[in-house]
Write a protein that binds this ligand. Structure first.
Ligand SMILES: Nc1nc2c(ncn2[C@@H]2O[C@H](COP(=O)(O)OP(=O)(O)OP(=O)(O)O)[C@@H](O)[C@H]2O)c(=O)[nH]1
Ligand SMILES: [Mg+2]
Length: 410
């Protein structure tokens, strides 16, 4: 892989179906994350993209001239291009051309760490590539290296259709097996009464930073899109004594490529099957309410539309006082970085969770003093009285722990 930055021109059509300017700003961030420097951005207003060249011949001539001026290596289109469009654009401009999906897939390829993560990314890439193969295989330019050609599995993306099909079959089988294992783990957790809370939200919202702040998880948190691809779980103790399992996972983005949603299904299901969802957003981003909406929509698609949710407005250290809070129930303002508002968040999580904690009064003989330590470990002790008969304890304990203390009920 070469380290010199590729110089890119970003191109988009504004047909009124989404906010082209905002999306362009996001595309610039994506390009930067993938290691490209943006030379120019070009937005063309037209009722619909051109079938053959996306932006039409006239605008394409302009883009070709711009690339010549800036010596661009790469055109990035803020859409999913058809194979024909991509071919035509490359042919006409003589500049390597990729689309938004390829760019996002490329970032995923760079950030995949675990075996499963790498297989998921490769599957998404291959499924995206397969219908785009011409008779001779992928256009040669795509195999030349650089953004859009990086793959986690093979040294470079394969161009042979038969090989790709075989590989897709193999990966799907591996992922099915891994998905089963994850499902078993989930079932086991459920049977043990473990409550799970998934930290979800737009990419770069601060999900991993929050997990670290709450649990010292030591997860990689970076100012980079899609830094996290693999789910990480850590136990978290709530003020009422309950322990829950917090799960940090892959971030969302608007128009998340379909190939990725499919490939990351088991990871996304992990988040979607949680008992509670923490929808984290970067409240200092002008688009934050849009980001919350994108996350909610994706969760609904994943079948988690009715899961209790706490909306977490993060990065409030950057928001100033102007910020008002029209977000209704179960919303908290925090700064994961400065560790501010975390007590409020824990309180809100406690309120949003189904109530399974019981307050119990126990009388524990002095000879069984170890039981008090165990209660402290599993729940929390509210009062302790040292009486003649033993230690009288008022404690908050989850229902599932009660049987082991039944001998001490008063
Ligand atoms: N100012 C400020 N920055 C924050 C806060 N929380 C996170 N950040 C920064 O935001 C960037 C992204 O944080 P991450 O925790 O990696 O975000 P993420 O949601 O896990 O991102 P992905 O895994 O890439 O989807 C990092 O540079 C963090 O330091 C906060 O409360 N305030
Ligand atoms: Mg993360």
């Amino acid at each position: 892989m070469n380290d010199t930055k590729e110089k890119a021109i970003l191109v988009s059509v504004d047909d009124g179906s989404f906010d082209a300017e905002t999306s362009m700003a996001e595309l610039r961030l994506l390009a930067q994350t993938a290691g490209a420097e943006t030379l120019y951005t070009v937005i063309q207003a037209r009722p619909a993209p051109d079938g053959a060249t996306f932006i039409g011949q006239g605008k394409l001539t302009e883009v070709a001239a711009l690339s010549e001026t800036g010596e661009a290596d790469l055109l990035i289109f803020d859409a999913e291009l058809t194979p024909t469009q991509q071919r035509n654009i490359e042919h006409y401009t003589d500049v390597r051309t990729i689309d938004r999906t390829t760019l996002i897939l490329d970032i995923f390829a760079l950030n995949a760490r675990s075996n499963i993560g790498k297989l998921q990314v490769e599957l998404a890439q291959l499924n995206y590539l397969l219908p785009r193969l011409t008779g001779k295989g992928v256009e040669m330019s795509r195999l030349g290296g650089g953004i859009g050609t990086r793959g986690p599995g093979e040294s470079k993306l394969e161009s042979d259709r038969r090989h790709i099909r075989r590989r897709i079959g193999y990966i799907e089988e591996e992922l099915r097996r891994a998905g089963k294992t994850r499902e078993l783990v989930r079932k086991r957790r459920k049977n043990r009464g473990v409550i799970t809370a998934a930290v979800v939200g737009y990419t770069n919202a601060g999900k991993s930073t929050l997990l670290n702040a709450l649990t010292d998880a030591g997860v990689l948190a970076e100012d980079k899109l899609f830094a996290t691809l693999d789910p990480t779980s850590r136990a978290l103790k709530l003020p009422d004594g309950r322990s829950i399992m917090l799960i940090d996972t892959v971030g969302f983005i608007s128009r998340l490529p379909h190939a990725l949603v499919e490939a990351f299904k088991s990871t996304l299901e992990e988040a979607a099957s949680a008992d509670l969802i923490l929808n984290v957003c970067d409240a200092s981003d002008p688009e934050f309410d849009n980001h919350i909406r994108v996350t909610k929509n994706l969760l609904s698609e994943l079948g988690a539309g009715n899961t209790p949710m706490v909306t977490v407005l993060n990065k409030c250290d950057r928001c100033g006082d102007l910020f008002v809070l029209p977000f209704g129930r179960h919303t908290v303002r925090i700064s994961a970085l400065k560790k501010e508002g975390l007590a409020d968040l824990l309180h809100e999580i406690t309120k949003a969770l189904p109530d399974t904690v019981r307050r119990v009064r126990l009388l524990i003989p002095y000879a069984d003093g170890a039981a008090v330590a165990r209660i402290r470990e599993l729940g929390s002790v509210e009062h302790e009285d040292f009486t003649a008969d033993g230690i009288q304890v008022t404690a908050l304990l989850e229902e599932r722990y009660l049987p082991q203390f039944q001998n001490f009920y008063e």
